[in-house]
Design a protein around this ligand. Structure first.
Ligand code: ZN
Ligand code: ZN
Length: 303
């Protein structure tokens, strides 16, 4: 099953000719989750052939423009293209009133419902669930209330071995129970342990998104053992003080969190416009966490 992230924007507050503000699309089992919606997101969505109509859930980490200014235009375009299906927006508490007021100011009357899910609290909290995926939000440390997201596949059923079905004449009525882990009893009373007729399902995969945030130790516990971690790396270590002052992280700090969390792979992004070339950030992170890549518009990373 597909579980992959497309980067739409990798810059921080100031876009450049090469980089757009934060926006990402996670395709999890053909469900499309938009994570942050900086200015230009709808253009990037078109450029990388992602269909608006397939986005039903938008996750906004915090109310800074580089994460949300693209939302008004996109909601308006969804309306113009005839959208009728509801849209869920997960954003810090209070955003509902701001958005409704702005849409009204801009004379935008949506033909579809928006379901607002307010993000709040100091502990991880489940905010979405379907049969394949669950999403948990957790607090980050920034200048305004900010939340990260952990997307995790659910445990899948055991895979039944095809040959075993014919070998033991397993009836269709038993297959569901066997996939759940039950043993099988043949009509002549022979006991067949589950391990003989099934194989383990693939391990559930996970993706976490952490932007914007300054370094704090507890963050690694929120994203423990995640397979793919996106972590902002606005600055290099020579700007460590500036990172702290502005509520951001250095590439080194992103890598420390990935290492301490036991992450499988790290993507760094949300780069300050001062870095025309981000290889210095990448090198800095790789010294601590070798399996690091730098976010780039259009790149697709499989979890
Ligand atoms: Zn930002
Ligand atoms: Zn911010």
């Amino acid at each position: 099953m597909v579980f992959e992230l497309t980067i739409l924007g990798s810059s921080s507050a100031m876009p450049t000719s090469q980089r757009y503000p934060s926006a990402h699309v996670l395709n999890a089992h053909e469900r499309f989750f938009l994570i942050d919606c900086g200015e230009g997101t709808q253009i990037q969505i078109r450029k990388y052939n992602i269909k608006y109509g397939r986005i039903h859930h938008i996750f906004i980490t915090h109310l800074h423009g580089d994460h949300v200014f693209g939302l008004y235009g996109m909601l308006s375009s969804m309306n113009l293209s005839g959208r009728e299906s509801p849209l869920s927006i997960y954003a810090p508490a209070g955003f509902q009133n701001i958005l409704i007021s702005h849409l009204s100011d801009f004379d935008i009357h949506l033909n579809y419902e928006i379901d607002f899910v307010p993000l709040m609290g100091k502990d991880p909290s489940g905010i979405y669930e379907d049969k394949n995926i669950s999403v948990v939000s957790f607090p980050l440390k920034h200048r305004v209330p900010t939340f990260g997201f952990l997307f995790r596949e659910k445990e899948r059923e055991r895979n039944i071995i095809k040959e075993a079905i014919s070998k033991y004449s397993i009836p269709v009525s038993e297959i569901h129970k066997i996939k759940k882990g039950s043993d099988f009893q043949t009509p002549d009373g022979k006991h067949i342990p589950n391990g003989e007729i099934t194989i383990d399902p693939p391990e559930p995969r996970s993706f976490a998104y952490c932007s914007d945030t300054m370094y704090f130790k507890r963050l690694s516990s929120f994203v423990r053992n995640v397979d793919l971690l996106y972590h902002e790396a606005t600055f290099a270590s020579d700007n460590k003080e500036l990172a702290k002052k502005t509520g951001h992280s250095t590439a080194e700090q992103a890598a420390i969190t990935a290492r301490d969390a036991g992450a499988g792979k790290l993507i760094i992004g949300h780069f300050s416009a001062r870095y025309k070339d981000v290889s210095c950030l990448l090198e800095e992170a790789r010294k601590i966490f070798p399996d690091t890549v730098a976010a780039e518009e259009g790149s697709v990373i499989t979890v």
